[in-house]
Ligand binder design. Structure first.
Ligand code: HEC
Ligand code: HEC
Length: 257
């Protein structure tokens, strides 16, 4: 390479390096992830099980267990506003007015506490966002995007990226310290186009980052790495996953309150 080209390349690498550094050092947790961390800190998982999806035995109640946030949520709460009532008041307004429920509640060994006095309104927003994300209740209408969500589950993406690709699990040593969620503010910095999304999923890293020594340094340090799925994808998977991510990113960020 000619010296001028070399110098230009060095400047280019430096600019990208600084861009990458800026991305890697700026932690931007989503409401869903803040909610997960708060649920852990507030003891919710003691009754609702790990991550709220395996309710503890609750002798005395017909249901036999504390409900999970996944699957049966809608038997307890029709929407995000009712989830909020459960968390704030220990039950919905309708249930609090129902003597049968009150009696039934007293039969159980475990009772849903009211968190309204312990937590601020925005903390409760985060908990609602987390419960709604885990419930999977808000799903794409579009069949391609819906298929993408199912494939993310079947391929195991949700292990690291969480239900619906929406968690930011700790990944110590990476500068931000978490696995970037698909609906987070970091996403566009890592994935600027569908082509780059394809590189991440097929090769386990975007080419832009693979070829950059500064990025490599940080990507290598962390215990969790994005795997390469090239050998495991079925025809149509990338299009479906991309459609799902597009749907997810178009959703309103915060739950209504
Ligand atoms: C002491 C045990 C206990 C703790 C701690 C607890 N819950 Fe509950 N929760 C319950 C029980 C029992 C129910 C079922 C209520 C009923 O039918 O009486 C419930 C119901 C709920 C529901 C509605 C039903 C569903 O599908 O989950 C939500 C949402 C909920 N809890 C969220 C939370 C959150 C968030 C926290 C922590 C901030 C929390 N709970 C802490 C026991 C608990
Ligand atoms: C073993 C954990 C793990 C699994 C499983 C996993 N990923 Fe990742 N993924 C990561 C990590 C960690 C990163 C961040 C880059 C890095 O540190 O290598 C990442 C980054 C990404 C990115 C870059 C942008 C962003 O904000 O997330 C995309 C897109 C992505 N993964 C998609 C997927 C898809 C699709 C699947 C399933 C086919 C999947 N991942 C499975 C760990 C994982």
């Amino acid at each position: 390479m000619k010296p001028r080209v070399l110098a230009l390349a060095a400047v280019g690498a430096l600019v990208l390096g600084i861009g990458v550094l800026a991305f890697l050092t700026r932690a931007q947790l989503t409401g869903v992830e803040r909610g997960r961390r708060l649920a852990e800190a507030e003891g919710c998982f003691g009754c609702h099980g790990p991550e709220g999806i395996r309710g503890t035995a609750n002798p005395g109640r017909d249901e036999k267990t504390v409900p999970s946030y996944e699957g049966t949520l809608m038997m307890y709460a029709k929407n995000a506003a009712e989830v909020r009532e459960w968390i704030r008041d220990g039950g919905t307004r309708a249930r609090h007015g129902d003597p049968d429920w009150k009696a039934e509640r007293m039969h159980g060994a475990l009772r849903m506490p009211a968190f309204g006095r312990r937590l601020t309104s925005s903390q409760i927003d985060d908990l609602v966002a987390y419960v709604m994300a885990v419930s999977g209740e808000v799903a794409p209408d579009d069949s391609l995007a819906l298929h993408g969500r199912d494939r993310a589950e079947e391929l195991g993406c949700v292990g690291c990226h969480g239900p619906g690709g929406r968690l930011a699990r700790p990944n110590p040593g990476s500068l931000k310290g978490y696995v970037p969620p698909w609906d987070g503010a970091d996403f566009p910095e890592l994935v600027s186009s569908e082509a780059e999304f394809r590189e991440w999923v097929e090769d386990g890293v975007g080419r832009r980052f693979r070829d950059n020594p500064a990025a490599q340094f940080f990507l290598r340090r962390a215990p969790l790495h994005m795997p390469s799925y090239r050998k495991h994808l079925e025809p149509g998977d990338l299009e479906a996953l991309w459609a799902y991510v597009g749907w997810l990113r178009a959703q309103p960020v915060d739950q209504p309150h």
